[in-house]
Design a protein around this ligand. Structure first.
Ligand code: ATP
Ligand code: MG
Length: 385
């Protein structure tokens, strides 16, 4: 399914002889393309049949739980791990047999991995010296990179004289100074405190836009992924569950896994009780709710209705109303999170604006939401489309 930003799920098989592309073909190629790759550590297959095409200049995030294969995929781009099937193309050229040092790739890791006894200048200049760039040019480029990460004049400092956030900026300067084809960022913000993380999110995104560099970012933090990416690849157990814009994966999750991983969705199980015209689902607790189904469903079909906590209001005139009792309330400033017992097995979570006062445990309320705020999943946990 091609899309406007040039990021696609790419199921087509690899064609032979792709490494002999012309310069013109390379100019129009995706920055990075995975064609049905597998990566195994011994007998354990960590990544299975993974395909993804990343347009030049785009910011793509691999998002998923620990162990799902995010770092493994990044490492395969850099040539730090071998693929056992499929192909990787960078700028339209096959790189399966290109060694690490010949791949033009910038890397930023969670641990800043700066040389502790080298100055900021020497740290940032590393990739340029390695590429035999002339001295005056190195000086100019290091200066430019330090301006870009807003640490001008810090050339003589040692990493130990910088804060965590500043060290990560130096790591970023070091990764972009030689204008790599692709910038790989593996959880670069996870060692920083909450405030610094937010600041660096904005900063990294800004630098990526200014330089027009293609960036592949890895995180297991959904907020980071939603706020920074052009496209998000939601990973589960070595495969891509869904690829889409932040809005698409959040608003229209393709599977129960995606719905749950991105933003703690409420999953209400029930069965279709009417599907001629409006679709009505009867929940396990007997309540009926109106949903929008893209197609008519047989009566009795088991379904799961997904509703985001933010879509639930308390009171109000919505199409669907579920009476319940507040089990717990957490005040968040502008809104509150309520756990509400609706007589079903699991409680419903609502994130609602504060109307007058924070409601208290035990209060009986009515949760409201609209038919088009629901996503409908089938028995296998796939979105009905
Ligand atoms: N060198 C290795 N040898 C054997 N197994 C490995 C090796 N590296 C990773 N694995 C396994 O491969 C799977 C994917 O690991 P990977 O590091 O890519 O996950 P991840 O998504 O980056 O996780 P995290 O969020 O914890 O960093 C895991 O099950 C892991 O245990
Ligand atoms: Mg990892």
């Amino acid at each position: 399914m091609p899309d406007s930003q040039g990021t696609t799920l790419n199921p087509r098989p690899a064609s032979a002889g792709a490494e002999g592309v012309s310069a013109a073909a390379a100019a129009n190629s995706p920055a990075v393309e995975f064609r049905n790759i597998d990566i195994a550590y011994g007998k354990f297959v960590a990544v299975r049949d993974f395909s993804l095409s990343i347009g030049k200049g785009s910011f793509v995030t691999l998002l998923g739980p620990s162990g799902c294969g995010k770092t493994t995929i990044l490492r395969s781009i850099a040539g730090l791990v071998d693929i056992s099937a499929g192909q990787i193309m960078i700028g339209g050229r096959r790189v399966d047999d290109v060694p690490i040092y010949k791949r033009n790739i910038g890397l930023v890791f969670q641990s800043y991995a700066l040389f502790p006894h080298k100055s900021v200048f020497d740290n940032v200049a590393f990739g340029l010296k390695y590429r035999n760039v002339a001295k005056p040019e190195i000086k100019r480029k290091v200066g430019q990179a330090l301006d870009m990460v807003r640490l001008p004049g810090s050339e003589k400092k040692l990493p130990s004289q910088l804060s965590g956030g500043q060290q990560q900026r130096i790591a970023l300067a070091r990764a972009i100074v030689f204008e790599p084809q692709v910038l790989l960022l593996d959880e670069p913000l996870s060692a920083l405190d909450a405030n610094m993380r937010e600041e660096m999110r904005v900063e990294i995104k800004k630098i990526q836009k200014e330089t027009g560099i293609t960036a592949i970012f890895v995180t297991h933090d959904q907020e980071e992924a939603l706020s920074m990416s052009d496209r998000i690849v939601v990973m589960n157990a070595g495969s891509a569950e869904q690829i889409g814009t932040p809005e698409e994966v959040y608003e229209r999750p393709a599977t129960a896994f995606v719905a749950d991983f991105l933003g703690k969705a409420n999953m209400l199980s029930g069965a279709v009780s009417r599907s001629d015209g409006p679709t009505i689902v009867t929940l396990a607790g007997g309540q009926t709710i109106n949903v929008l189904s893209p197609k008519a469903l047989p009566q009795g079909s088991p379904v799961t209705v997904v509703v985001r906590p933010q879509k639930l209001s308390i009171g109000g005139a919505s199409a669907n109303r579920l009476p319940g009792r507040i089990v717990s309330a957490s005040y968040l400033g502008g809104s509150a999170i309520y756990e509400v017992d609706i007589g079903d097995k699991a409680n419903i979570r609502a994130n609602a604006p504060i109307a007058g006062r924070v409601l208290r445990e035990g209060e009986v309320i009515e949760l409201g939401f609209d038919a088009d705020d629901c996503v409908l999943l089938d028995e296998a946990g796939r979105r009905i489309s």
